[in-house]
Design a protein around this ligand. Structure first.
Ligand SMILES: C[S@@+](CC[C@H](N)C(=O)[O-])C[C@H]1O[C@@H](n2cnc3c(N)ncnc32)[C@H](O)[C@@H]1O
Length: 410
């Protein structure tokens, strides 16, 4: 295995910024050495891995709980519901889904198959009118796909973004008038169009009568999910309500791949057998050479060059390429297609992508949650989802807010 890591590689592996690593160097917490030819900082891999193991230490007793019981029956309207990751999470927190909207036929079949009593509204959101839910829903949630707004430099209003899916989210919120609404998205929304897209969304929510809580990106590993996925949460509280919404507190116990796939605290059995994608033979031969927690830099130089093609000379650590996950670490973010180029997350011991049920476990779906459609459709639905356990923790934060709201209003 390669003995030294560059600044970018070390930063990506530990999940801390380069600036933090430079500071640690100054403070003596993680000392870099200089590469003699280039004079760049490099880090001893062994030292980085020890620090990494401390971050992901498994022998921690979790002292944090966000659990709270609902005092009433609370209703959710879930938009862009996909295969139900967020919906199941919210349900586990005690919220009741009154209706879900989703355009994808297979995802709708998944929802109906698992919850025949859920009202699944299949089709394009723009074709549905939600006025009949006016004042009867406590929270509107939805992971609207991110789209650029054409921005004329003024404060954005709802009418300016007509035709986008955020417009539809905001339109439904105005039709339903819930006390609280929650949007979820990828971290990239923070920097999308230099932050203007997010600013536009915040100003639109303001215009339709909602104060936006300072936006946070939640790391799934802090919410009982054995995966380094992140979700940006956008919370709007109706302006006539003076209560403060609080994000769920991060847990101190971090789960890893072993917890996802083997019997333990997260699941009381090993992962069930299921079909799974395969790597083409040429990729398998390359990945056979990568050790657990290793990636493309662990390959012989000629193979590195061939495998990486044009990316070989580009900057950045690119530690997610040709990656074999270790049992004792959380998995890297799952994508919608497990054998996709340059985002390989290989099984720790066998040279293959994770199976459908392994994927579902890494996203903390229950084993009995069935996915409909072809194998590719199933992977897509799982890869698109909010991890169920993250959804549950966000659900507790909503329940807490609503309990307080209705106790004040009694
Ligand atoms: C990020 S996924 C949502 C995942 C879901 N929250 C979960 O936890 O499983 C976004 C979803 O929006 C759906 N979608 C995209 N355009 C839509 C539209 N016009 N109307 C309704 N749903 C749409 C996609 O099919 C996709 O399933």
């Amino acid at each position: 295995m390669k003995e030294y890591l560059s600044l970018s590689e070390a930063s990506e592996l530990i999940g801390k910024s380069k600036e933090t690593l430079r500071r640690w160097d100054r403070e003596g917490k993680l000392s870099a050495v200089r590469e003699p030819m280039s004079n760049y900082r490099v880090y001893k891999r062994e030292q980085v891995e020890t620090l990494f193991a401390d971050f992901f230490s498994h022998d921690v007793v979790d002292t944090v709980s966000n659990y709270v019981e609902p005092n009433n029956e609370y209703n959710v309207l879930e938009l862009f519901a996909g295969a139900g990751g967020l919906a199941v999470g919210l349900e586990k927190a005690g919220l009741k889904c009154v209706a879900l909207n989703e355009i994808d036929k297979w995802a709708c079949q998944t929802l109906r198959k698992n919850r025949p009593n859920w009202k699944v509204l299949e089709g394009d959101i723009k074709d549905f009118d939600f006025k009949k839910y006016h004042n009867s829903v406590d929270v509107v949630t939805g992971g609207f796909p991110c789209q650029a707004f054409s921005y004329a430099g003024k404060k954005l209003g709802l009418a300016d973004v007509r035709g986008t899916l955020f417009y539809e989210f905001a339109r439904v919120v105005t039709e339903v008038n819930p006390p609280i609404c929650i949007g979820e998205n990828v971290r990239g929304l923070l920097s999308h169009d230099n932050g203007k897209t997010l600013q536009g969304m915040i100003s639109i929510l303001d215009e339709i009568g909602y104060n936006v809580v300072p936006v946070q990106v939640l790391k799934a590993i802090n919410y009982k999910v054995p995966q380094k996925r992140e979700r940006l949460i956008l919370v709007g509280v109706r302006k006539d309500i003076e209560l403060k919404y609080e994000y769920p507190k991060p847990h101190n116990k971090i789960y890893n791949l072993k917890d996802a796939l083997q019997k333990g605290e997260l699941y009381d059995t090993n992962v069930p057998k299921s079909p799974g994608a395969k790597y083409p033979q040429s990729k398998k031969e390359v990945l056979d050479l990568v050790p657990q927690k290793g990636y493309w830099r662990d390959l012989p130089l000629d193979i590195q060059k061939e495998f990486m093609g044009g990316s070989f000379h580009l900057g950045g650590g690119k530690t997610g390429i040709a990656r074999r996950i270790g049992w004792d670490e959380p998995c890297l973010t799952l994508t919608c297609s497990p054998a996709q180029k340059q985002t390989e997350r290989c099984h720790p011991e066998e040279t293959r992508p994770f199976t459908v049920r392994e994927y579902a476990r890494i996203q903390t779906f229950p084993d009995d949650w069935v996915f409909e459609g072809s194998m590719a459709q199933q992977y897509k639905q799982i890869g698109n989802a909010v991890p169920v356990n993250l959804g549950t923790e966000v659900g507790y934060s909503i329940v807490k807010f609503l309990n307080q709201l209705y106790s004040v209003r009694k």
